[in-house]
Design a protein around this ligand. Structure first.
Ligand SMILES: NC(=O)c1ccc[n+]([C@@H]2O[C@H](COP(=O)([O-])OP(=O)(O)OC[C@H]3O[C@@H](n4cnc5c(N)ncnc54)[C@H](OP(=O)(O)O)[C@@H]3O)[C@@H](O)[C@H]2O)c1
Length: 329
């Protein structure tokens, strides 16, 4: 299979590494807004051609597109790629609103194409291991998921620059970038909460830099925290009446252990390099292209829509707004 890549950031390089590690596919083209950046990216990553015209890029010899541009671009670029007859794997959050997701998914279905959100949690084999292990810790009444990672762009923001990640016009910020990684396991492991509460604090740019939300399931409570302006070292935990599971990285689902009520611990999930985890995403995407009726594809799409709806509810509760987005939609 031949991929075209949209976006020339570091995550696109990780995806290329993943494709090369886990599939036999080729990276044929890259689209960049700048000829110089596109050419430099192509040279560094062994990509045959670079384009600055997206229509030209999409009409080229590619079967699928990986989108790694700022969130605000995802909907339009996904739509264009699907219209051009390409399968699409798009970085998280796949679109800003659930309506945009539904529109793209419908278009993909009409054209017999795959439209997939690139979210590590759903595509790593660690997810199955975690799900199978949950019953061993007994009845679960609480969990806490945290993803707090001091942004490498924060010093630039403090210097008065306007990095995309702290610019609400790009539909980014802490929840969209990191909080989503806490929403996914909660929804996938425990379902749709009956009650959500949420709050956030903001930078002067208007971007939410840190936030908290809680999901009440009636019989269990999941709390989550996220931050782009502070670093967590304590990880995430799921608590049952027979023991608990500690997960060092909730986004990558790595370095997890189980501890019983006597304090005995054993390892559950290993460390897996990021490139390899991105490779699982690519491999699963390609599997869905070969087998569009796959139950896992249907489940992945269901989760994307559920998570998108919940993300919007959290934004509404925490007063996180993007320019142009309808309030209380
Ligand atoms: N899976 C993961 O672990 C992971 C990690 C990081 C990010 N992400 C996701 O990947 C996506 C990109 O994030 P990022 O931090 O890499 O974003 P970014 O650095 O702001 O932008 C990525 C690329 O998009 C292009 N771009 C930048 N600003 C743009 C604009 N205003 N309009 C159109 N294109 C623009 C740039 O390429 P050109 O200048 O060459 O056009 C840039 O290299 C986001 O959706 C994010 O959530 C995922």
């Amino acid at each position: 299979m031949k991929y075209g890549i949209i976006g020339t950031g570091w995550i696109a390089e990780s995806f290329i590494e993943g494709v090369r590690l886990k599939t036999g596919s080729e990276i044929s083209a890259v689209y960049s807004r700048s000829e110089q950046r596109g050419a430099a990216f192509a040279l560094k990553n062994g990509v045959r051609r670079s384009f600055t015209d997206i229509e030209e890029f999409l009409s080229g010899d590619i079967d699928a597109v990986y989108i790694a541009s700022p969130n605000i671009c995802h909907f339009e670029q996904s739509r264009l790629a699907l219209e051009a007859g390409k399968h699409v794997i798009c970085e998280k959050p796949v679109t800003v609103t659930p309506e945009e997701y539904t529109a793209c998914k419908r278009l993909a279905d009409e054209k017999h194409l795959i439209y997939l959100e690139a979210i590590m949690y759903m595509h790593t084999p660690s997810r199955e291991i975690l799900k199978e292990t949950l019953p061993r810790i007994g009845r679960i009444t609480s969990a806490h998921f945290d993803f707090s990672q001091l942004s490498s762009k924060y010093p630039a923001y403090l210097r008065g620059e306007n990095p995309n990640i702290f610019n609400p016009a790009m539909a980014t910020g802490g929840l969209m970038d990191l909080g989503i990684y806490c929403v996914y396991p909660a929804v996938d492991l425990f379902g749709i909460p009956s009650k959500i509460t949420a709050d956030a604090v903001f930078l002067d740019s208007g971007a939410d830099c840190s936030g908290v939300f809680s999901f009440n399931y009636g019989d269990k409570l999941v709390t989550s925290t996220y931050s782009k302006t502070g670093q967590d070292h304590s990880g995430s935990d799921i608590y049952g009446d027979n023991g608990s599971i500690h997960i060092e990285s909730i986004s990558k689902l790595i370095n997890a252990s189980v501890t019983d009520n006597e304090g005995n611990s054993y390892p559950l999930l290993p460390d897996i390099p990021k490139g390899e985890i991105m490779g699982f995403e690519a491999a699963e995407f390609e599997e869905f292209i070969r087998c569009p009726e796959s139950e896992k594809y249907a489940l992945s799409c269901k989760r994307s829509l559920e998570v998108s709806k919940i993300m919007r509810e959290i934004r509404s509760l925490a007063n996180i707004h993007f320019p142009g987005e309808k309030r209380n939609a």
